[in-house]
Ligand binder design. Structure first.
Ligand SMILES: Nc1ncnc2c1ncn2[C@@H]1O[C@H](COP(=O)(O)OP(=O)(O)OP(=O)(O)O)[C@@H](O)[C@H]1O
Length: 304
């Protein structure tokens, strides 16, 4: 089984609006998979479908090798926190977790205490959840999603509205769960910069469509300072770069080469290419921030 979870041409329509349009994504075990998109891009709709909370209009989802209706057999292997965590405000964190444990038939001694400690709420005592900060509620929401030891955690904008300290706390918890328990995490956000601190893989979606699926390494390479050459046939330039001793370069797309070393040698490269009669459209040194890259792919700032 190459992928733990994948979607094939997944589509969701609400009357005439297509919220998710033909999205095929691939998530491996152990990844922290970030779903990035502006407000209204379709993140929640997508996460609801893969979590079994909403039915696709068309397309398929494969999870643990099961797809179609068969996927119901393994759907409980997904722990979900979508929109606000469903917490009882007049009860303590312990009692909220206890209720969930009873619902799923879990009665192990020390189980609830362990979850409280994982999400950093071991010292809140009998304080009612209604008096918790937003960050504490989010952490308890993550704890609730952990009941039953899922293999995958699906989190919809878990850092939305949190202050920097709250964001850092959630980030630490997720990194630890991923590293120590090997949990696969699928997490959405509209801030790529923030997600880039934890995600190993990304899908950028815009207006319901997949714009790009890429790994952390690919994102870092794209946003690292580099020489960018725009030309019609990048393949023609590669022997010239090799002859000049360049090693750290890649063909970014059918019209672009990125070179990540010797950034002051644009002139030399231009001269060599022109000596070989290889025509280029432009050559420049680029340092695009992660957020600029996201805005470029999703058509700039949304002023709606
Ligand atoms: N139940 C529904 N009925 C009708 N339209 C819906 C429904 N749920 C979502 N939509 C529409 O689908 C589109 C995608 O919404 P979705 O909530 O998935 O986006 P999102 O990326 O999660 O955005 P946000 O971050 O603002 O929640 C939006 O235009 C939304 O209005």
């Amino acid at each position: 089984m190459e992928y733990l979870l994948s979607t094939d041409c997944l589509t969701k329509k609400f009357k005439r609006q297509t919220a998710i349009d033909n999205i095929s994504l691939h998530i491996r075990q152990g990844e922290i998979y970030g779903l990035i998109g502006k407000n209204g891009a379709g993140k929640t709709t997508f996460l609801k479908m893969i979590s079994g909370l909403s039915k696709p209009t068309s397309g398929d989802i494969t999870f643990f090798g099961y797809h179609g209706a068969e996927r119901n057999k393994v759907i409980s292997r997904i722990g979900v926190l979508i929109e606000a965590p469903g917490l009882y405000p007049d009860m303590s964190a312990y009692d909220n977790l206890k209720l969930k444990c009873i619902c799923v038939g879990l009665h192990r001694p020390g189980y609830i205490e362990n979850i409280l400690s994982i999400v950093g709420l071991e010292n809140v005592g009998k304080k009612k959840v209604g008096h918790f900060s937003l960050g504490m509620k989010q952490r308890l929401g993550i704890g609730m999603a952990l009941v039953g030891e899922p293999d995958v955690l699906v989190l919809d904008e878990p850092i939305n509205g949190l202050d920097p300290e709250g964001i850092a706390e959630v980030r630490e918890i997720l990194l630890r769960l991923n590293k120590e328990k090997g949990l696969t995490i699928i997490i959405s956000s509209h801030i790529l910069e923030e997600l880039s601190k934890i995600a190993t893989n990304y899908a950028i979606i815009d207006k319901g469509q997949l714009v790009k699926e890429l790994s952390r390494e690919e994102l870092e390479a794209t946003c690292r300072e580099h020489i960018e050459i725009k030309m019609d046939h990048p393949d023609l330039a590669l022997p010239v770069l090799d002859a000049l001793g360049f090693k750290d370069y890649r063909v970014a797309d059918e019209n672009t080469i990125h070179i990540f070393e010797r950034l002051n040698e644009s002139g030399k490269i231009t001269m060599e290419l022109s000596r070989k009669n290889i025509y280029i459209h432009s050559i420049s040194v680029t340092n695009e921030s992660i957020e600029d890259y996201f805005l470029r792919l999703t058509g700039g700032v949304d002023h709606a």
